[in-house]
Design a protein around this ligand. Sequence first.
Ligand code: PA5
Length: 447
Amino acid sequence: MELEVSSIEKNSLFKNKKLEKINKIQLKKHVDNIFSKKSSDMLGWLDLVDISDKELEEIECFGARVRKRFKNFVVLGIGGSALGVKTIKHAFFDSIHKKENIKTYVCDNIDSDGFLSLITKLDIKKTVFNVITKSGSTSETLAQMSIVLKLFKDKKIKISDHIIVTTTKGNELYNFAVENGMKVFDIPKDVGGRFSVLSSVGLVPCAIMGLDIKALIYGAKEIKENAKKIDYTNLSYLSAYINFTGLVGGLTSLVFMPYSDRLSLTCDYFAQLWAESLGKRYDKKGEEIYAGQTPIKFLGVTDQHSQLQLYTEGPKDKLFMFLKVKENNFDIKLDYEIPFVKKLNNINLSKLFDSEYNATRLSLSVLNKPNYSIVIDRIDERNMGMLIFYLQMTTAFMGEMMNINAYDQNGVEQSKIYTKASLGFDGLEKQKELIESFIKNQKFIGC
Ligand code: PA5
């Protein structure tokens, strides 16, 4: 993995700040805070890459057994319990790269149109579900599970054979799963949802899909080692430093721009990491700051034809983070001569793709819009592991620089509480009143 930063170094916001001259005292402080776990008690995700080969092999064997037995595999989860797996699945299977060993679906919404249209068309005798929820109490995931349990019950199918539960040891869901003889995987208490993809949350589904989870972990490990370096070759620190400098300089949005169909969902994965970890009302001292940098999703080249106009000629409040893959799996020569576009003849499709990537970077640079690129060699499990860990580390360093707690999500919890209150859960009577009066006082204007 490399960062291409020349456009950043030439940008007026960054001038006088040669990246090589990054403040090493600050860098060391941030690295120490994170790796000594002083900064938070939710840094267990750093240790996930230290899983032994033996443990990985056990997960691989479990995955192989499941794959052999079932035709369909459905993940039920939301947020951090779904986005990592969804991103990886998309990179390897929704694209044309690998033949799917088991038909896999990630259900991270409860819109009944979407969920039911899938569930009702599956042959559930040949389907295995993985219910993933760190807290074990997320309404969306439990509602999905309830629908599935009922389906099995109606068809008199033994649920323990068809449901795998991934949650935190000792919670009510964990106990329910054990009592019902389901296979249960534990999520460590000190690993938060959006940082959990390299735990059983992601490893079990990846093993079931037949991916090389060792390579995934080894790739992540390389970035973990790199993130301890006390110089500007610490890539995730460098990224956070650029993003933070941008934020302080008024770049309140960060556009994440993979130039890769296979990596298009890294946008969603990154958006959650960046938004939920860094959008914070209070800093660590308890002062109200309402901080954050809005992540924006962009797919190259597609969105050049929808969003780029705003980014070039619109307000100077955005930083641009490209993601480029050096080697594609496939390429094709354009060798049907269309008479009125001769220059398109005899070139490879990848040449056009790369030209557009470079043209977009230049279009932003000439207008003094700060941008840089993350470049990976190819899309395989090792590089995916590197990318995931790099994005997590960048988020963690950014949290340090902003002096906020990157691991809580009170804003999300509040909405979960109001949902439960409106359904009449015990102990939430006040919130129930509040939500009822909010709904009663809505004003509609129609036509
Ligand atoms: O990152 C997070 O903590 C959240 O996005 C959670 O993953 C999400 O709210 C789902 O929570 P749970 O895994 O407890 O069902």
